[in-house]
Ligand binder design. Structure first.
Ligand SMILES: NC(=O)c1ccc[n+]([C@@H]2O[C@H](COP(=O)([O-])OP(=O)(O)OC[C@H]3O[C@@H](n4cnc5c(N)ncnc54)[C@H](OP(=O)(O)O)[C@@H]3O)[C@@H](O)[C@H]2O)c1
Length: 356
Protein backbone atom coordinates (compact mmCIF):
# COMPACT_ATOMS: atom_id res chain seq x y z
CA UNK A 1 0.00 0.00 0.00
CA UNK A 2 1.21 3.55 -0.83
CA UNK A 3 0.43 6.17 1.81
CA UNK A 4 0.69 9.89 1.12
CA UNK A 5 2.53 11.68 3.93
CA UNK A 6 0.29 14.35 5.41
CA UNK A 7 2.83 17.16 5.31
CA UNK A 8 4.18 16.82 1.78
CA UNK A 9 4.20 15.06 -1.53
CA UNK A 10 6.61 12.27 -0.63
CA UNK A 11 4.96 8.86 -0.80
CA UNK A 12 5.76 6.03 1.54
CA UNK A 13 4.92 2.42 1.02
CA UNK A 14 3.47 0.60 4.02
CA UNK A 15 3.22 -3.15 4.38
CA UNK A 16 1.17 -6.03 5.63
CA UNK A 17 3.73 -7.91 7.71
CA UNK A 18 3.21 -11.47 8.96
CA UNK A 19 5.27 -12.83 11.86
CA UNK A 20 5.45 -16.61 11.54
CA UNK A 21 6.27 -17.85 15.06
CA UNK A 22 4.92 -14.70 16.73
CA UNK A 23 4.59 -16.32 20.17
CA UNK A 24 8.23 -17.48 20.28
CA UNK A 25 11.35 -15.79 21.66
CA UNK A 26 12.50 -14.50 18.26
CA UNK A 27 8.92 -13.69 17.16
CA UNK A 28 8.41 -11.54 20.27
CA UNK A 29 11.60 -9.61 19.55
CA UNK A 30 10.59 -9.16 15.90
CA UNK A 31 7.32 -7.55 16.94
CA UNK A 32 9.04 -5.34 19.52
CA UNK A 33 11.68 -4.21 17.00
CA UNK A 34 9.17 -3.41 14.25
CA UNK A 35 7.52 -1.10 16.76
CA UNK A 36 10.75 0.28 18.24
CA UNK A 37 12.25 1.07 14.81
CA UNK A 38 8.96 2.36 13.44
CA UNK A 39 8.97 0.08 10.42
CA UNK A 40 6.11 1.09 8.09
CA UNK A 41 3.66 -1.63 9.10
CA UNK A 42 0.19 -1.06 7.74
CA UNK A 43 -1.16 -4.31 9.22
CA UNK A 44 0.51 -6.88 11.48
CA UNK A 45 -0.45 -10.56 11.25
CA UNK A 46 0.90 -12.63 14.18
CA UNK A 47 0.94 -16.32 13.25
CA UNK A 48 1.69 -19.42 15.33
CA UNK A 49 0.52 -23.00 15.72
CA UNK A 50 -3.04 -24.07 16.45
CA UNK A 51 -1.95 -24.37 20.12
CA UNK A 52 -1.65 -20.62 20.65
CA UNK A 53 -3.98 -19.30 17.94
CA UNK A 54 -6.52 -17.06 19.64
CA UNK A 55 -4.04 -15.60 22.14
CA UNK A 56 -3.29 -11.89 21.79
CA UNK A 57 -0.04 -9.98 21.42
CA UNK A 58 0.42 -6.22 21.80
CA UNK A 59 1.62 -4.06 18.92
CA UNK A 60 1.75 -0.28 19.34
CA UNK A 61 -0.48 -0.65 22.38
CA UNK A 62 -3.17 -2.54 20.47
CA UNK A 63 -4.05 -6.18 21.18
CA UNK A 64 -3.88 -8.33 18.03
CA UNK A 65 -5.17 -11.90 17.85
CA UNK A 66 -2.67 -14.61 16.95
CA UNK A 67 -3.88 -16.67 13.98
CA UNK A 68 -3.03 -20.22 12.96
CA UNK A 69 -0.39 -20.30 10.24
CA UNK A 70 -1.86 -21.85 7.08
CA UNK A 71 -0.84 -21.44 3.41
CA UNK A 72 -3.97 -19.36 2.63
CA UNK A 73 -3.28 -16.83 5.38
CA UNK A 74 -0.39 -15.35 3.34
CA UNK A 75 -2.73 -14.00 0.65
CA UNK A 76 -2.23 -10.22 0.56
CA UNK A 77 0.86 -10.30 2.82
CA UNK A 78 3.86 -8.23 1.62
CA UNK A 79 6.57 -9.34 4.06
CA UNK A 80 6.87 -12.47 6.20
CA UNK A 81 9.39 -12.61 9.05
CA UNK A 82 9.62 -16.33 9.76
CA UNK A 83 10.88 -17.93 12.99
CA UNK A 84 8.81 -21.03 13.63
CA UNK A 85 11.48 -23.66 12.94
CA UNK A 86 12.96 -25.20 9.79
CA UNK A 87 10.24 -27.80 9.24
CA UNK A 88 7.54 -25.11 9.33
CA UNK A 89 9.51 -22.84 6.99
CA UNK A 90 10.06 -25.72 4.59
CA UNK A 91 6.30 -26.01 4.08
CA UNK A 92 5.00 -22.48 4.59
CA UNK A 93 7.71 -20.23 3.15
CA UNK A 94 7.20 -21.41 -0.47
CA UNK A 95 3.43 -20.99 0.04
CA UNK A 96 3.95 -17.39 1.14
CA UNK A 97 6.27 -16.61 -1.79
CA UNK A 98 3.78 -18.22 -4.21
CA UNK A 99 1.22 -15.68 -2.95
CA UNK A 100 3.58 -12.74 -3.53
CA UNK A 101 5.19 -12.24 -0.12
CA UNK A 102 8.89 -11.63 0.40
CA UNK A 103 10.11 -13.84 3.25
CA UNK A 104 13.01 -13.17 5.61
CA UNK A 105 13.58 -16.58 7.16
CA UNK A 106 15.33 -17.02 10.52
CA UNK A 107 15.61 -20.79 10.25
CA UNK A 108 18.42 -22.78 8.65
CA UNK A 109 16.08 -24.20 6.00
CA UNK A 110 17.17 -22.12 2.99
CA UNK A 111 20.47 -20.56 4.13
CA UNK A 112 22.76 -22.63 1.94
CA UNK A 113 20.41 -22.99 -1.04
CA UNK A 114 22.03 -21.55 -4.15
CA UNK A 115 20.29 -18.38 -5.27
CA UNK A 116 18.95 -17.61 -1.78
CA UNK A 117 20.75 -14.55 -0.38
CA UNK A 118 22.16 -15.12 3.11
CA UNK A 119 22.65 -11.61 4.41
CA UNK A 120 23.97 -9.75 7.44
CA UNK A 121 22.83 -6.12 7.24
CA UNK A 122 25.80 -3.84 6.70
CA UNK A 123 28.03 -6.74 5.63
CA UNK A 124 26.69 -8.07 2.31
CA UNK A 125 23.55 -6.03 1.57
CA UNK A 126 24.22 -6.11 -2.17
CA UNK A 127 23.37 -9.83 -2.17
CA UNK A 128 19.73 -8.78 -1.65
CA UNK A 129 19.52 -7.33 -5.14
CA UNK A 130 18.63 -10.54 -6.99
CA UNK A 131 16.45 -12.20 -4.37
CA UNK A 132 13.68 -14.45 -5.62
CA UNK A 133 11.33 -14.06 -2.68
CA UNK A 134 13.31 -15.78 0.08
CA UNK A 135 16.08 -14.09 2.05
CA UNK A 136 17.85 -16.12 4.73
CA UNK A 137 18.91 -14.73 8.11
CA UNK A 138 22.15 -16.38 9.29
CA UNK A 139 22.61 -18.50 12.38
CA UNK A 140 23.02 -16.47 15.59
CA UNK A 141 26.65 -17.45 16.19
CA UNK A 142 27.59 -16.72 12.57
CA UNK A 143 25.80 -13.37 12.69
CA UNK A 144 27.83 -11.66 15.42
CA UNK A 145 31.10 -12.82 13.84
CA UNK A 146 30.40 -11.43 10.39
CA UNK A 147 30.91 -7.67 10.81
CA UNK A 148 34.15 -8.43 12.67
CA UNK A 149 35.56 -10.90 10.13
CA UNK A 150 34.49 -8.74 7.18
CA UNK A 151 36.36 -5.70 8.54
CA UNK A 152 39.43 -7.68 9.56
CA UNK A 153 39.60 -9.49 6.22
CA UNK A 154 39.67 -6.09 4.52
CA UNK A 155 42.34 -4.92 6.98
CA UNK A 156 44.90 -7.68 6.61
CA UNK A 157 43.47 -10.71 4.77
CA UNK A 158 42.24 -13.54 6.97
CA UNK A 159 44.07 -16.84 6.60
CA UNK A 160 42.34 -18.99 9.24
CA UNK A 161 39.73 -18.64 12.01
CA UNK A 162 39.14 -20.82 15.09
CA UNK A 163 35.89 -20.06 16.95
CA UNK A 164 34.71 -21.51 20.26
CA UNK A 165 31.18 -20.48 21.13
CA UNK A 166 29.48 -20.18 24.52
CA UNK A 167 25.82 -20.10 23.53
CA UNK A 168 22.92 -19.22 25.82
CA UNK A 169 19.84 -21.34 26.45
CA UNK A 170 17.58 -18.84 24.68
CA UNK A 171 19.19 -19.94 21.42
CA UNK A 172 17.12 -23.11 21.79
CA UNK A 173 13.78 -21.32 22.24
CA UNK A 174 11.33 -20.47 24.99
CA UNK A 175 10.95 -24.02 26.36
CA UNK A 176 14.72 -24.28 26.84
CA UNK A 177 14.76 -21.12 28.97
CA UNK A 178 11.88 -22.40 31.10
CA UNK A 179 13.66 -25.73 31.55
CA UNK A 180 16.96 -24.12 32.56
CA UNK A 181 15.29 -21.92 35.18
CA UNK A 182 13.16 -24.75 36.61
CA UNK A 183 16.00 -27.28 36.75
CA UNK A 184 18.42 -24.78 38.32
CA UNK A 185 15.84 -24.16 41.04
CA UNK A 186 15.27 -27.89 41.51
CA UNK A 187 19.00 -28.60 41.80
CA UNK A 188 19.47 -25.95 44.46
CA UNK A 189 16.36 -27.10 46.33
CA UNK A 190 17.59 -30.72 46.46
CA UNK A 191 21.18 -29.65 47.22
CA UNK A 192 22.24 -31.16 43.87
CA UNK A 193 20.98 -34.64 44.83
CA UNK A 194 18.31 -34.93 42.10
CA UNK A 195 19.53 -34.04 38.60
CA UNK A 196 16.46 -33.29 36.47
CA UNK A 197 16.28 -34.90 33.01
CA UNK A 198 16.44 -32.54 30.03
CA UNK A 199 13.84 -32.38 27.25
CA UNK A 200 15.63 -29.67 25.29
CA UNK A 201 19.31 -30.65 25.47
CA UNK A 202 21.25 -33.90 25.26
CA UNK A 203 22.38 -33.43 28.91
CA UNK A 204 21.02 -31.29 31.76
CA UNK A 205 22.20 -27.68 31.22
CA UNK A 206 21.86 -26.16 34.70
CA UNK A 207 25.32 -25.82 36.33
CA UNK A 208 26.80 -27.60 33.31
CA UNK A 209 28.14 -26.97 29.77
CA UNK A 210 27.23 -29.10 26.75
CA UNK A 211 29.56 -29.42 23.74
CA UNK A 212 26.67 -30.25 21.42
CA UNK A 213 24.32 -27.86 19.62
CA UNK A 214 22.11 -29.45 16.97
CA UNK A 215 22.81 -32.97 15.67
CA UNK A 216 26.17 -34.63 15.03
CA UNK A 217 27.34 -35.00 11.46
CA UNK A 218 29.44 -37.80 9.93
CA UNK A 219 32.72 -35.93 10.36
CA UNK A 220 32.20 -35.46 14.12
CA UNK A 221 31.27 -31.77 13.94
CA UNK A 222 27.76 -30.72 14.99
CA UNK A 223 25.39 -29.08 12.54
CA UNK A 224 25.67 -25.80 14.48
CA UNK A 225 29.45 -25.87 13.97
CA UNK A 226 28.96 -26.64 10.29
CA UNK A 227 26.59 -23.64 10.01
CA UNK A 228 29.30 -21.27 11.25
CA UNK A 229 31.75 -22.79 8.74
CA UNK A 230 29.51 -22.81 5.68
CA UNK A 231 27.50 -19.64 6.34
CA UNK A 232 30.64 -17.57 6.99
CA UNK A 233 32.11 -18.63 3.66
CA UNK A 234 28.88 -17.74 1.82
CA UNK A 235 28.34 -14.35 3.50
CA UNK A 236 31.95 -13.21 3.18
CA UNK A 237 32.22 -14.53 -0.40
CA UNK A 238 35.29 -16.45 0.80
CA UNK A 239 34.72 -20.08 -0.28
CA UNK A 240 38.41 -20.68 0.53
CA UNK A 241 38.16 -19.43 4.14
CA UNK A 242 39.71 -21.83 6.66
CA UNK A 243 37.36 -21.78 9.62
CA UNK A 244 36.64 -24.29 12.39
CA UNK A 245 34.06 -23.99 15.17
CA UNK A 246 33.36 -25.72 18.48
CA UNK A 247 29.86 -24.78 19.63
CA UNK A 248 29.01 -25.14 23.32
CA UNK A 249 25.73 -24.54 25.14
CA UNK A 250 26.18 -22.77 28.49
CA UNK A 251 23.66 -22.03 31.27
CA UNK A 252 23.27 -18.37 30.35
CA UNK A 253 19.78 -17.00 29.64
CA UNK A 254 20.48 -14.55 26.79
CA UNK A 255 23.66 -13.64 24.89
CA UNK A 256 26.19 -15.69 22.97
CA UNK A 257 29.94 -15.33 23.55
CA UNK A 258 32.75 -16.40 21.25
CA UNK A 259 36.48 -16.86 21.78
CA UNK A 260 38.03 -16.29 18.36
CA UNK A 261 41.58 -16.79 17.09
CA UNK A 262 42.39 -15.27 13.71
CA UNK A 263 45.50 -15.80 11.58
CA UNK A 264 46.23 -13.01 9.09
CA UNK A 265 48.24 -12.87 5.87
CA UNK A 266 50.46 -10.12 7.32
CA UNK A 267 51.62 -9.06 10.78
CA UNK A 268 48.86 -7.23 12.68
CA UNK A 269 48.91 -5.62 16.12
CA UNK A 270 46.09 -5.63 18.70
CA UNK A 271 46.06 -1.80 18.46
CA UNK A 272 45.47 -1.96 14.70
CA UNK A 273 42.63 -4.46 15.18
CA UNK A 274 41.05 -2.37 17.95
CA UNK A 275 41.22 0.78 15.80
CA UNK A 276 39.71 -1.01 12.81
CA UNK A 277 36.82 -2.53 14.78
CA UNK A 278 36.28 0.66 16.76
CA UNK A 279 35.37 2.40 13.49
CA UNK A 280 32.49 0.03 12.76
CA UNK A 281 28.92 1.11 13.44
CA UNK A 282 27.21 -0.97 16.13
CA UNK A 283 30.48 -2.48 17.40
CA UNK A 284 31.79 -1.57 20.85
CA UNK A 285 35.46 -2.23 21.56
CA UNK A 286 36.72 -2.40 25.15
CA UNK A 287 39.52 0.00 26.10
CA UNK A 288 41.43 -2.35 28.39
CA UNK A 289 41.59 -6.11 29.17
CA UNK A 290 39.61 -5.72 32.39
CA UNK A 291 36.81 -3.96 30.50
CA UNK A 292 35.69 -7.27 28.93
CA UNK A 293 31.98 -7.83 28.26
CA UNK A 294 29.70 -10.61 29.50
CA UNK A 295 26.33 -11.72 28.12
CA UNK A 296 24.55 -10.71 31.31
CA UNK A 297 25.45 -7.03 30.92
CA UNK A 298 24.97 -6.87 27.14
CA UNK A 299 21.61 -8.67 26.79
CA UNK A 300 18.76 -6.50 25.46
CA UNK A 301 21.19 -4.23 23.60
CA UNK A 302 22.01 -3.99 19.90
CA UNK A 303 25.82 -3.76 19.50
CA UNK A 304 28.38 -6.49 19.00
CA UNK A 305 30.91 -6.20 21.85
CA UNK A 306 34.62 -6.97 21.32
CA UNK A 307 37.19 -7.24 24.11
CA UNK A 308 40.32 -9.16 25.18
CA UNK A 309 42.04 -8.23 21.89
CA UNK A 310 45.57 -9.61 22.13
CA UNK A 311 48.38 -11.10 20.10
CA UNK A 312 47.83 -14.85 19.73
CA UNK A 313 50.73 -16.50 21.57
CA UNK A 314 50.67 -19.44 19.13
CA UNK A 315 51.16 -17.07 16.16
CA UNK A 316 52.76 -13.96 17.70
CA UNK A 317 53.25 -11.98 14.48
CA UNK A 318 50.17 -12.66 12.39
CA UNK A 319 47.67 -14.00 14.95
CA UNK A 320 45.07 -12.19 17.05
CA UNK A 321 42.80 -13.56 19.80
CA UNK A 322 39.61 -11.79 20.87
CA UNK A 323 36.29 -12.21 22.71
CA UNK A 324 32.96 -11.32 21.09
CA UNK A 325 29.58 -11.05 22.86
CA UNK A 326 26.15 -10.16 21.47
CA UNK A 327 22.45 -10.63 22.24
CA UNK A 328 21.49 -13.71 20.21
CA UNK A 329 17.80 -12.80 20.09
CA UNK A 330 18.37 -9.24 18.88
CA UNK A 331 21.53 -8.96 16.74
CA UNK A 332 21.67 -12.76 16.35
CA UNK A 333 18.16 -13.03 14.94
CA UNK A 334 15.36 -10.45 15.09
CA UNK A 335 17.34 -7.23 14.69
CA UNK A 336 19.06 -8.43 11.54
CA UNK A 337 15.73 -9.57 10.09
CA UNK A 338 14.18 -6.15 10.70
CA UNK A 339 17.27 -4.38 9.35
CA UNK A 340 17.01 -6.48 6.19
CA UNK A 341 13.34 -5.53 5.87
CA UNK A 342 14.41 -1.88 6.17
CA UNK A 343 16.98 -2.28 3.39
CA UNK A 344 14.40 -4.02 1.16
CA UNK A 345 12.00 -1.15 1.83
CA UNK A 346 14.60 1.57 1.17
CA UNK A 347 15.79 -0.09 -2.04
CA UNK A 348 12.28 -0.86 -3.30
CA UNK A 349 12.92 -4.60 -3.21
CA UNK A 350 9.73 -5.73 -1.48
CA UNK A 351 8.34 -7.73 -4.38
CA UNK A 352 8.70 -11.24 -5.76
CA UNK A 353 9.99 -11.29 -9.35
CA UNK A 354 7.36 -12.47 -11.91
CA UNK A 355 9.33 -15.48 -13.16
CA UNK A 356 9.53 -17.20 -9.72
N1 LIG B 1 16.54 -18.19 19.62
C1 LIG B 1 17.54 -17.75 18.88
O1 LIG B 1 18.54 -17.16 19.38
C2 LIG B 1 17.51 -17.91 17.40
C3 LIG B 1 18.45 -17.25 16.64
C4 LIG B 1 18.44 -17.41 15.26
C5 LIG B 1 17.50 -18.21 14.69
N2 LIG B 1 16.58 -18.87 15.46
C6 LIG B 1 15.60 -19.73 14.79
O2 LIG B 1 14.31 -19.15 14.89
C7 LIG B 1 13.34 -20.18 15.03
C8 LIG B 1 12.48 -19.92 16.27
O3 LIG B 1 13.30 -19.80 17.40
P1 LIG B 1 12.72 -19.34 18.81
O4 LIG B 1 13.88 -19.30 19.71
O5 LIG B 1 11.86 -18.13 18.68
O6 LIG B 1 11.78 -20.61 19.20
P2 LIG B 1 10.54 -20.67 20.20
O7 LIG B 1 10.67 -19.68 21.28
O8 LIG B 1 10.43 -22.11 20.58
O9 LIG B 1 9.28 -20.27 19.29
C9 LIG B 1 8.82 -21.08 18.25
C10 LIG B 1 7.68 -20.40 17.53
O10 LIG B 1 7.29 -21.23 16.43
C11 LIG B 1 5.88 -21.45 16.50
N3 LIG B 1 5.48 -22.74 15.95
C12 LIG B 1 5.84 -23.96 16.39
N4 LIG B 1 5.21 -24.91 15.65
C13 LIG B 1 4.45 -24.26 14.75
C14 LIG B 1 3.54 -24.67 13.73
N5 LIG B 1 3.29 -25.96 13.51
N6 LIG B 1 2.95 -23.72 12.98
C15 LIG B 1 3.18 -22.41 13.21
N7 LIG B 1 4.00 -21.95 14.18
C16 LIG B 1 4.63 -22.87 14.94
C17 LIG B 1 5.58 -21.41 18.00
O11 LIG B 1 4.20 -21.21 18.16
P3 LIG B 1 3.40 -21.83 19.42
O12 LIG B 1 3.58 -20.85 20.52
O13 LIG B 1 2.02 -21.92 18.89
O14 LIG B 1 4.02 -23.16 19.72
C18 LIG B 1 6.43 -20.21 18.40
O15 LIG B 1 5.78 -19.02 18.04
C19 LIG B 1 14.12 -21.50 15.04
O16 LIG B 1 14.14 -22.03 13.74
C20 LIG B 1 15.49 -21.09 15.46
O17 LIG B 1 16.49 -21.96 14.97
C21 LIG B 1 16.56 -18.72 16.79
Amino acid sequence: MIQRKAEGTEEMRTYTVAILGATGLVGGKLIALLEERNFPVQRLLPLASRRTAGETILFKGQPITVLEATPEIFQGVDIVLASAGGNISEVLVPEAVKRGAVVIDNTSQFRLVEGVPLVVAGVNDSDLQNHRGIIANPNCSTMQLMPILKALDALAGIERVIVSTYQSASGAGKEAIDELCASAGELVATQFKAIPQSKNFSRPLAFNVIPQIDVFMEDGYTKEEFKVYAESRKILHRPDLKISCTAVRVPVLVGHSEAVNIDFKRPVSPEEVAACLGNLPDVIVANSPADFHTPQETAETDPVYVSRIRQDSSNPECGIALWIVADNLRIGAALNAVRLAEVLHQQNLVSVPQHV
